[in-house]
Design a protein around this ligand. Structure first.
Ligand SMILES: [Fe+2]
Length: 265
């Protein structure tokens, strides 16, 4: 049984004010989205700047950031040690090692693409998308794991209640998707219809939907839970549901709402 108490509505004076996001917020949150992975410049360069322009900002106010030329540095997740109830550091540390491997592979494929000398472009493209998504998905997974904020934030609560009816139904759907897939469950806000879905991915680059913003990322590969749970995937899903950092998720909700507003979707 996953128990995730909601925060009291009274803790937020004005929900509508919380939903209102300015263009400056778009840029600010875009910068924060890449985090220590070093992808903030890439994010600001590709999807966000055109959106800001589309919503009316003058072209000459937008400074194009310089392309990132340095290798991307893996985020340090050692602070997760002893901060996730039910998942051991032995389990997590080996998993973090896999994430660091994906960042290395991403740097290698980026270098190969920039060199422009691929002899097998198809293989290189597959390796690149697999490594890129592997690095990002693991970053988002570890980043939304911990005990810092056990209460679902107001905005996420409103989305869950609107699109799932209750947090129990939301977690039941997440569990069903998680048991059915081999790779990932990603709770995301669709920028097509503004609804929240639990998307299932069989691999980093398999069944990966586009045009949504990730809110909660759950790794359901066997390597994510075998050390602590053996083949008991259900118990792992329950532990994860009780170990989500809802403060991180709430920030992602604000990012998603900013993108939706900029898109005028
Ligand atoms: Fe993983």
């Amino acid at each position: 049984m996953i128990t995730t108490p909601f925060v009291d509505d009274a803790t937020v004076d004005n929900d509508e004010a919380a939903l209102s996001v300015s263009r400056r917020d778009v840029l600010k949150m875009a910068g924060a989205a890449g985090g220590a992975l070093g992808l903030s410049a890439l994010l600001a360069a590709s999807p966000v700047a055109p959106l800001v322009e589309a919503c009316g900002m003058a072209k000459d106010t937008i400074l194009l950031p310089a392309p990132t030329t340095q290798p991307i540095t893996p985020k340090d997740f050692t602070p997760l040690k002893d901060r996730v109830s039910g998942i051991s550091w032995k389990q997590l540390s080996q998993h973090v090692g896999l994430y660091e491997g994906y960042v290395k592979k991403l740097n290698a494929s980026n270098a190969a693409l920039q060199a422009g000398k691929a002899t097998d472009m198809r293989t290189l493209q597959h390796k690149h998308s697999y490594a890129l998504n592997g690095a990002l998905l693991h970053d988002w997974y570890f980043s939304n794991l911990g005990e810092d904020q056990p209460n679902m934030g107001t905005l996420m609560r409103r989305l869950v209640m609107r699109d799932f009816g209750s947090h129990e139904q939301y977690f039941a759907d997440m569990t069903n998707v998680g048991k059915s897939m081999r790779g990932w469950v990603v709770t995301g806000l669709s920028l097509l219809d503004n609804r929240v879905y639990n998307y299932g991915l069989d691999a980093h680059d398999g069944g990966t939907p586009l045009w949504f913003h990730p809110l909660v990322v759950l790794d359901v590969y066997e390597h994510a839970y075998m050390i602590d749970f053996g083949t008991n995937k259900g118990d792992y899903l329950t532990v994860f549901g009780n170990a989500i950092r809802w403060d991180v998720v709430e920030t992602r909700v604000k990012q998603a709402l900013a993108l939706r507003k900029a898109l005028n979707a």
